[in-house]
Design a binder for this molecule. Sequence first.
Ligand SMILES: [Fe+2]
Ligand SMILES: [Fe+2]
Length: 139
Amino acid sequence: MITKEELIRELNGDLAYEFAAAIQYVQHVATLTGGEFQSINAELIVHVNEEIGHANILAEQIDYLGGIPTMDVAERFTDKDSRKMLEQDLEGERLAIRRYRERVKQAQELELYALETALKQILADEEEHERDIMEALGM
Ligand SMILES: [Fe+2]
Ligand SMILES: [Fe+2]
């Protein structure tokens, strides 16, 4: 079973990924080209704001658990090719989904139900982000 300290460390990892996701989306929104990506571009601006919202929720939960929210930013990716950029975004969303599915289970194990609820709401957003990008890529 995970300890509270380990959970705080993992949540800080999630927080660094949220910061990275927001930054990556800002850059991709500004540089994506091609008429076929016009509608996803508007959607990605929504993603930017939702990732920042996730960062706020995580930081509050980390503080509530007695940890210090990180200001670290995970690795960001970009490319000259618009399709490749969307594939990078998709990879990020899939990583987030894997991480939050694990985190929900850990919150359950520790009987942290407010955290579990917050994580499930974030997870639902990430699943929607994944679908948005898959649709834009014609998957
Ligand atoms: Fe997120
Ligand atoms: Fe996301």
